[in-house]
Design a protein around this ligand. Sequence first.
Ligand code: T4K
Length: 374
Amino acid sequence: MKNEPIYVTQPYLPPLQEFIPYLEKIWDSRILTNKGPFHRQLEQALGEYLGVDHIALFANGTLALVTALQALRITGEVITTPFSFVATAHSLLWNGIKPVFVDIDPQTLNLDPRKVEAAITPQTTAILPVHCYGNPCDVEAIQSIADNYNLKVVYDAAHAFGVQDAGGSVLRHGDLSVLSFHATKVFNTFEGGAIVCPDAKTKQHIDNLKNFGFVNETTVVAPGINGKMSEFGAALGLLQLEHIDRVFARRCEIDQLYKERLRGVPGIRCVEQTGQHVSNHSYFPVLVGEGYPLSRDALYERLRDNKIYGRRYFYPLISDFPMYRGLQSAQRQNLPVASDVAERVICLPIYPTLINEQVDEIISHIRKPCGLGG
Ligand code: T4K
């Protein structure tokens, strides 16, 4: 254990022998993709598990985002957060939409609803917020702005698998919510994603769009894409669901360990989950600030020197990448909170097979520069 590298995450994989019966079924049936039996079963099972009625599986979260925007015919300008994975804004460019970046809230690190209205123009058609690290956005404030200005809301819920607020799944908010089942996510199908839809008609439309726009053998109604999840991915998803409660329980334990042992370390702020909700502990972000003897990058390097590969999610800001930085809304003075957080954040390793000794080791490397014992 001592010398093994510790990555920010490690995908959960159920015991291989449990996957064999699924593979045998695929080999016997020779149905490999295009809405096969496992695909249908996973849609059903995920709907039940997550507490949502209509879910359309995808090959990955990015294709799901691109398709969600296409399905709602969103055009013009869309208000979004710069503090996310680059796929969030890329999905807009793939639809020919101009991203308009708005700053984040210093507590939740999500799009700040108080700053959204000032960014609305006659071209604005939608808001694309992200439940960053699985911490829910201020969904009520966002919906009220959307209602007032007749805007659509698409949530990038790539991090929010299993997150619930007081009323149920956080995925029920907005016009559509998009999940990622990438290897690095709490629930993975190697690659994968989904759109949570409000009704059967919308799901049918999205199912058509992810199958090139076909509605039957000879009719294509839109320039759809190939966004389908394969039977392999769907079967793996069904097996992962059998293990998901244990995965969440272990993530929760690690989260608690970090919080207990990092409390009182000067200059280290654990990004607390805000409001009343069931978290999925998908990330463990800390902000390195004044009072800590090392800069964020020095701590990041110190951890790396000890083979602990935390990640600076989300640095650089999306708005700093070359295809975005020329936009008016991408200017740093428009995004003071996001710019500051991006310079201070490190996501510490969290995944179900991380053992307590490894968590202790990570914590001791953070405490030591302050003269605190392991
Ligand atoms: N919206 C948001 C808010 C997102 O965060 C993402 C994806 C998307 C949309 C798009 O969804 P997808 O199209 O991806 O479904 C990773 C992921 O590739 C990406 O899915 C994720 N967000 C993003 C936050 O992180 P990288 O470039 O940081 O991943 P990588 O390969 O460096 O992996 C991180 C660590 O995980 C590695 O150091 C080791 C470990 N790992 C990774 C993989 C892939 C493994 O142990 N095994 C593996 O197979 O982007």
